[in-house]
Design a protein around this ligand. Sequence first.
Ligand code: FES
Ligand code: FES
Length: 204
Amino acid sequence: MRFLALQAPLPIVASPQMTSMTINGEAVRFTLDPATPLLWALRDAANLTGAKYGCDSGECGACTVIVDERAVPSCTMSIGSLEGADIITIEGLAPNRAHPVQQAWAAEQVSQCGYCEPGLILAIAAMLRANPRPSEAEIMALTNICRCGIGPRAEKAIARASMELTGGDSLDLLARKNATPQTVPEAPKRFSNGSSGEAQIPPQ
Ligand code: FES
Ligand code: FES
């Protein structure tokens, strides 16, 4: 059991109380104001900085962690509401980054600036845990926002991870992408700015 308090007090700290939960398989007890957002408890008290601060309103997904097998925005959850919860952050998803989503991320060279990626990887991992062969609608329902445009590569990583998890054939999504070059531009995805993320080379 680890006992954790904020290293630098938040301005809103009121009456600290004990809140116990499991984080990445380890029993943890926070001595903090129960209203403290999980994001700040993770980052400032537990020194788990993989979850990122973005919108602070549950919209962008940068702070996503897995709570009791569901991907949730940690900025919107108070630790007081998480007594006894089982939490997984990007640091604890798998030893040596061996989770199928992390392996697929590397194989498809998804990474760009990285800010959105811990949250997006955890959202995908939770989705595939619930359904290893997600529909395109389920994939499009991911609400994480990326400003760099990794969406198309992330989709390929989802398909690759799904194949790894199921041992099956490719998802329809991957089959379509590999079949023929697309002639019709795709509608912008929620977790993509619609760009390929590649530099535009002017004609010679
Ligand atoms: S910082 Fe939590 S959803 Fe944006
Ligand atoms: S990789 Fe930069 S915000 Fe997503």
